[in-house]
Design a protein. Structure first.
Length: 201
């Protein structure tokens, strides 16, 4: 028999209840897979109730944790760019609130999983990705190994450098009238001040 997760009494009336049953020794992993996959498909935006529900379901179904991790990883890779951040939030929630085997399982592919998603999301989502990453080294229990996080950080730094505009002296446009003005010419009211162009951000 499948036992559905029962909502604790202290939760608010509007809180979401997971549709994924708690796993027992005689439960069908295929059934769990489909239910979790269906509920994960509803995570199309940043929804705390859905993330909490999926996190609870992951904690109650540790016996099939490999299946759950595979479902989440597949979702992270296949989801549209604007839906990848909520999936990262789910991973973050599971490794912090459930932990156990989920940390090691996600750790096997977190570098490529994180970077591939980061590469296609917009600037606002990139900033959120980086905030999540910044919490991992300082969590109260060790999540991913330091060298794993360092690998992500190095690649992010490389991406940042590639996105910076490159300025070359040969292609710089110089206003001829500016070069003809005396160096000590006073600033005239209403004249727009010359702003220095930074070589590096």
């Amino acid at each position: 028999m499948y036992q559905q997760y029962q909502q604790p009494n202290h939760q608010s009336h509007g809180a979401r209840t997971s549709s994924v049953p708690q796993n027992r020794d005689n439960t069908d992993p295929i059934h769990i897979r489909q239910l979790y996959k269906d509920e994960l498909a509803t995570l199309t935006f940043n929804s705390k109730p859905i993330i909490t529900s999926l996190t609870i379901a992951a904690g109650e179904n540790v016996l099939v944790c490999k299946i759950i991790v595979q479902i989440i990883e597949d979702r992270m890779r296949s989801a549209p760019a604007n839906q990848k951040l909520p999936t990262l939030y789910l991973i973050d929630s599971i490794i912090k609130n459930v932990g156990g085997p989920y940390v090691n399982l996600f750790g096997r592919s977190i570098v490529s999983l994180f970077l591939d998603a980061y590469a296609v999301v917009d600037s606002a989502a990139k900033a959120s990705f980086e905030k999540v990453l910044g919490t991992w080294p300082n969590w109260n229990t060790q999540l991913f190994p330091r060298d794993t996080i360092a690998s992500i950080e190095r690649e992010l730094q490389s991406m940042h450098q590639q996105r910076q505009p490159q300025y070359h002296q040969s292609s710089m446009h110089v206003n001829p009238h500016f070069s003809e003005r005396p160096r000590d010419a006073p600033y005239q009211q209403g004249q727009r001040p010359m702003r220095a162009v930074p070589l590096h951000k």
